[in-house]
Design a binder for this molecule. Structure first.
Ligand code: AMP
Length: 581
């Protein structure tokens, strides 16, 4: 068997190593993590440490720990670590050696060759330094490829003859945008732009500033914080930032963070995603300006781009995808792990060099969007059947995402959670795959917050939980086989069958009865919709009555009980008449 060539993403913040084996790409793990922090240090005994271990000691021993060495590649500059001085390529070589060892341990054989990725903007000197780093680490660098090229290889792009792809790469400390052209299987970077000092670390700093402000305002703390306290805040800020990618709120809780006149200060601060998005908005604006510049230098408009691919851990921030969708008019691809796709592309390139027939990298993704129903209003009026996607189509699984919802009126004590699968803005066009009621909510003014969480595991089992934020009261449902509920074809057949009921395509008395039952049901739902749009006008007693009637209507509709349906509809119509007059 020909020897394995490993693929390496040598990143500013993190690095990864991947191989292509038995038709699959694998990013290799070290201590249960596939992401190796790009940190090098000396431990208490003067021994070299790399990765997580070195990152952990950075705050305490910055004089003997080095990070972001990639920024110095290609410079003739010595870096002091402990008592010794090192060239940037020597320090990078230490990281590369670690990655080589991970691969050797995994494959149980010696590894001598690698493909290494570099940013598209790297100069010849920087590329040469990367090659030297490989050689120092005992690796023949068979090819250096551009990071956006590797990303484009890993994402399975549509096989059109001429594709133009925009790659938006937002990491911890750098931002790069590249326009890539794929023609006849050849991937070429036609424009590249970016900012070497913009990334997730800046986002963390915004939360750090908010914490310091909170300490001032809420605890009257005006002193300088110790370096340990600052390190704790920075770590907590990064954790909160990551949590906000999947949740509407994040709690920053740090006990005994500092003292005021001998009294410990315990930090407890809730950050809302909405506020956090405001904090980082200027940074996202800046990245979009760079996108504009890259397009301009490629002589292209946004409409010429066929796909937008996301690379780098910070692209998990939902605001990034939202803003890109606004600019391009379609959602960016999110079906690859943005931390791993560059290393995966490097491994695919390595396999191609060996002459292997390389298939697209396969990851488990959800083929449907899963979400819930909410009342929503836009410029066209109320939308009572509004579909709120929670887990979007093509998201890698397992995945866990939450969103916040609000009660509609004062003292509302129950809420029905409907779970739908589909892509339409109107839930009635999607498939309902489950529902449950959360009851016993506290008597609170309208807008009481409920956090609904969707968790989809590798086996396609969907757990949906709804929790009252204030009290922690929660209810959940498990839907087995959520992903195979309906295949697209079945979905279309079901839709067709239902719409036939309305056009009267079914012949005979049975068909007509079904049609009339369906018409009753549609009329009833229109009354429900109307009632829901009037909740705000109703007194709380009326609201409760309306909720009960709506429930009765739905139950009668499901049971096919025409008499009960008609009574409940009449009573609800009466309240509507009263509210409108
Ligand atoms: P990279 O340089 O591509 O490894 O990206 C590292 C950056 O991604 C760091 O700033 C991380 O804090 C950030 N990051 C990782 N996971 C998430 C997440 N779930 N949401 C937001 N940022 C993240």
């Amino acid at each position: 068997m020909a020897e394995t060539i490993i693929g390496i993403d040598l990143g500013t913040t993190n690095s990864e190593v991947a191989i292509y084996k038995d038709g699959r790409v694998m990013v290799l793990e070290d201590n249960n993590s596939r992401i190796i922090p790009s940190y090098v240090g000396l431990d208490d005994n003067g021994e070299i440490i790399v990765g997580e271990e070195a990152k952990n000691q950075y705050q305490v021993y910055p004089e003997r720990t080095i990070k972001s060495i990639k920024r110095k590649m290609g410079r003739d500059e010595k870096i002091v670590m402990g008592t010794e001085q090192y060239l940037p390529q020597e320090l990078s070589a230490i990281i590369l050696r670690k990655l080589k060892l991970i691969a050797e341990k995994h494959l149980n054989c010696r590894i001598n060759k690698a493909v290494i990725t570099v940013p598209a903007y790297f100069s010849d000197a920087q590329r040469q330094a990367t090659r030297e780093a490989g050689e120092i680490a005992g690796l023949e660098v068979v090819k250096i490829i551009n990071e956006p090229t590797a990303a484009a290889l890993s994402y399975k792009t549509e096989s059109r003859p001429n594709q133009r792809i925009l790659i938006y790469d937002l990491g911890g400390g750098t931002f790069d945008v590249s326009v890539v052209q794929i023609e006849g299987g050849v991937v070429e970077v036609i424009a590249s732009h970016g900012n070497n000092h913009l990334g997730g670390d800046d986002f963390d700093q915004k939360i750090v500033s908010a914490v310091i402000e909170h300490l001032k305002v809420e605890h009257n703390y005006n002193d300088t914080l110790s370096s340990q306290a600052m390190a704790r805040i920075e770590q907590a800020a990064e954790n909160a930032k990551k949590a906000l990618s999947d949740n509407p709120f994040a709690l920053i809780a740090e006990e005994y963070l500092c003292e005021i006149q001998g009294v410990p200060v315990n930090l407890n601060m809730d950050v809302a995603r909405e506020d956090y998005e405001e904090m980082i908005r200027p940074y996202i604006d800046e990245t979009l300006e760079a996108v504009h510049t890259a397009l301009k230098s490629a002589d292209l408009a946004a409409s010429h781009i066929n796909e937008v691919l996301l690379v780098g851990g910070s692209t998990r921030t939902p605001l990034v995808a939202r803003r890109l969708e606004e600019k391009f008019g379609f959602a960016p691809r999110c079906d690859m792990d943005p931390d791993l796709c560059v290393a995966m592309g490097a491994a695919m390139q390595a396999a191609m060099i060996k002459g292997e027939d390389v298939h697209a990298a396969l990851v488990d993704i959800t083929p449907y969007t899963f979400g819930t129903r909410a009342y929503h209003e836009d410029e066209n009026g109320p939308l009572p059947y509004y579909f709120v996607p929670i887990i979007k189509k093509n998201t890698p699984i397992p995945v866990r995402k939450s969103d916040v919802f609000y009660t509609m009126y004062d003292n509302q004590q129950k809420v029905e959670i409907g779970i739908y699968q589909g892509e339409n803005e109107d839930v009635r066009e999607n498939v309902k795959i489950g529902e449950f009621m959360i009851k016993g909510l506290s008597r609170a003014p309208a807008n009481n917050e409920l956090i609904t969480t969707f968790e989809l595991d590798k086996d396609g089992i969907l757990h949906v939980t709804s929790k009252e934020k204030k009290t922690g009261l929660q209810k959940m449902i498990t839907i087995d086989n959520a992903m195979s509920k309906f295949e697209e074809e079945e979905l279309n057949t079901a839709r067709e069958r239902i719409s036939n009921l309305f056009t009267g395509d079914e012949s005979g008395a049975e068909g007509n009865q079904q049609v009339s039952a369906k018409v009753e049901s549609v009329k009833a739902m229109a009354v429900v919709e109307k009632a829901e749009s009037l909740f705000e006008l109703a007194e709380s007693d009326d609201c409760e009555e309306m909720i009960n009637l709506i429930e009765a209507i739905k139950e009668a509709d499901i049971a096919g009980d025409k008499a009960a349906l008609s009574t409940a509809v009449d009573e609800l119509s009466e309240i509507i008449f009263f509210l409108e007059s």
